[in-house]
Design a protein around this ligand. Structure first.
Ligand code: 8YV
Length: 327
């Protein structure tokens, strides 16, 4: 019997490709370039499965051109690149890669928070540029993290990881806002208090965004929200580009409406709003919050396990639309 055909849409660990090759006829993106929707559709002809990162859009238009496709497996916990309704309507299973990246991503949220609040990147650039000639009492004086109020918008697994780090490691007062409240047990574990969005914006000394992207969360932080924050506040986005209005944020940073920001995700990435590149009080990283080697490998293996689980054994590990498909 011939093996099912699978497309790997991005270059990925060789050991993961080897695992896939034991079960599938694998075509893989070798050079890590982004494919256009047209190219992706052409390459998906005759494929039953596709290994995606969070950047390949799987929607009705693409699916109409890929009648053989049965599963798209994201090497990411976020899945705003999937149109789940269109996938369900076409009988295509969607899977993501939750849990395996939670702690690594929460670590990075804290790294950005610390770097922005304590002006790590800004001061490093200054030193490298040879500008450090003397000690001065207010040289790169930033905001304290320990004991401050940590606001979290979006309280899924990664948000909870950040809350625990803040409460238990840094003695922070943790407040959060989310579509739904955590159970009292989880609130106690995270030492986090539920508040409305306005209170979150007003009270947070450091605000971390960890909510999923959807049309409802588009520009959840824009000029109006930034105007409500403390002028000493730090904003961290490790969620998705598009949740923050990057132009409004650049303006707020320039005007010192807020003190600093740490951004791992951007509207239209890998392009970055030019105004963000021109303000000093922001730390910018290229979407690497989950990028420890063990975690990226675990994410890739989980995406591979979903392809193998579904196409070989009929049992995916972390399905998103199983109910709609009876999978
Ligand atoms: C991924 C992410 O590295 O998991 C997510 O949702 O944003 C990142 O961890 C990236 O999307 C590549 O798949």
């Amino acid at each position: 019997m011939s093996k099912p055909a699978v497309l790997v849409a991005r270059a990925v660990f060789p050991e993961v490709l080897e695992r896939l090759a034991a079960h599938f006829e694998v075509s893989a993106n070798q050079d890590d370039a982004s494919w256009s929707a047209d190219e992706l559709a052409a390459r998906l002809a005759g494929k039953q499965g596709v290994f995606t990162t969070a950047s390949e859009r799987i929607d009705a238009a693409l699916l109409a051109r890929c009648p053989d496709l049965k599963i798209a497996a994201n090497m990411a916990v976020g899945y705003n690149n999937f149109d789940l309704d269109a996938m369900s309507a076409r009988g295509v299973l969607a899977t993501n890669a939750p849990d395996v990246l939670t702690e690594t991503t929460a670590d990075f949220g804290f790294a950005l928070l610390m770097a922005a609040a304590r002006r790590v990147a800004e001061s490093e650039h200054y030193l490298r540029a040879g500008q450090w000639t003397k000690w001065s009492y207010d040289l790169f004086a930033g905001s304290d993290v320990h004991g401050a109020t940590l606001g979290i918008l979006g309280m899924g697994r990664i948000g909870q990881g950040i809350a625990k780090r803040g409460a238990h490691g840094f003695g922070m007062n943790v407040i959060y806002h989310n579509r739904s409240r955590l159970s009292p047990e989880l609130e106690a574990e995270c030492k986090a208090r539920y508040v409305g969005k306005q209170e979150l914006l007003r009270e947070a000394d450091h605000l971390v965004l960890v909510l999923p992207y959807s049309p409802a969360s588009h520009h959840a932080i824009g000029a109006a929200e930034l105007a409500q924050m403390k002028p000493t506040a730090t904003l961290v986005n490790i969620a998705r580009g598009g949740i923050v209005d990057d132009a409004a944020l650049a303006q707020a940073l320039r005007d010192k409406r807020i003190a600093a920001a740490g951004l791992d995700v951007f509207e239209g990435e890998p392009s970055v709003h030019p105004e963000l590149l021109n303000v000093p009080n922001v730390v910018l990283t290229p979407h690497i919050a989950s990028a420890s080697r063990p975690t990226r490998l675990a994410m890739a293996n989980l995406a591979a396990d979903n392809l193998i689980g579904y196409l070989v054994h009929g049992k995916p590990l972390t399905p998103l639309n199983a109910a709609a498909l009876n999978a």
